[in-house]
Design a protein around this ligand. Sequence first.
Ligand code: XMP
Length: 327
Amino acid sequence: MNNIRRPDTMERITTAALADAFIDEQVAAIRAQVGEKKVLLALSGGVDSSVVAALLIRAIGRQLVCVHVNHGLLRKGEPEQVIEVFRGQMNANLIYVDATDRFLNKLAGVTDPEEKRKIIGGEFIQVFAEEARKQDGIEFLAQGTIWPDILESEQGIKAHHNAGGLPEDMQFELVEPVRILFKDEVRMVGKQLGLPDNMVYRQPFPGPGLGVRCPGAITRDRLEAVRESDAILREEFAKNGLEGKVWQYFTVVPDFKSTGIKNGARSFEWPVIIRAVNSKDAITATVEDVPFALMSRIVDRIIHEVPGVNRVLYDFTPKPTATIEYE
Ligand code: XMP
């Protein structure tokens, strides 16, 4: 199944009927490949892994073992939604691992961005491998590889995280049911499989999660300020029709404090930086022109609702020169 390529003649999946046909085809292919065996999947809650999970559940039900690792760097409500949608609504065989302490302890005091990324990636594989070892009879590993991943790795643009560096003794046959699809097609298929819109149309979110939005050494209190301010931003963008219109938006809480006034007394607290950008391919990005009134409302909510914050800034910088994320 690993060398399957997108046929040049394949019609772009732009309608519910085409998505349904693809689903039927893949369900049959998965059943033929897997038979009665078990399949393991790292379910992050991102679009690709969620759609793969939904497809496999349709094809083989509880023969799919999903592992959702909460590295403590997810957005507010994300692990809860994964559990609710997959365990609650789809009756998935879902293992939920709250590894927050493990990740945050390893990251304590680490300031270098690349080192932080390495720790998060390495620890993720370890936790996933540990859970996999507890399972009997797994013969397949499902992955949310999509067609642009294949093209980019062939062109040498980025190394694809295929089979993500699992230990040598843990080699599984791959199941990659959305491998020939473009992102918009994956979303179409996910919608037809009944996944909620906020999962299917969600904005890009980096693997290292909020860790790259808490620059420098991550502390639990500053991470909480990132999570809470991000939740407010997302809520206000959704209420005001910007969800799905703005390509990516989030908050960052840098590791410095400034003087302010709260309840008539001096405060010395963090700023929150808001970033909202538009892009097609993440290679360049322009800044969203957020209406002033909405910005004022978001600032008001953040300074009143997020502990430890007394100031809010807007990042007006396009990419280049700035990257979208801060680390
Ligand atoms: P930058 O910051 O390089 O980000 O302008 C471009 C896009 O890629 C996302 N991004 C990541 N996605 N793992 C991911 O899966 C990562 O380590 C990572 N770093 C950045 C970023 O959110 C933006 O959409």
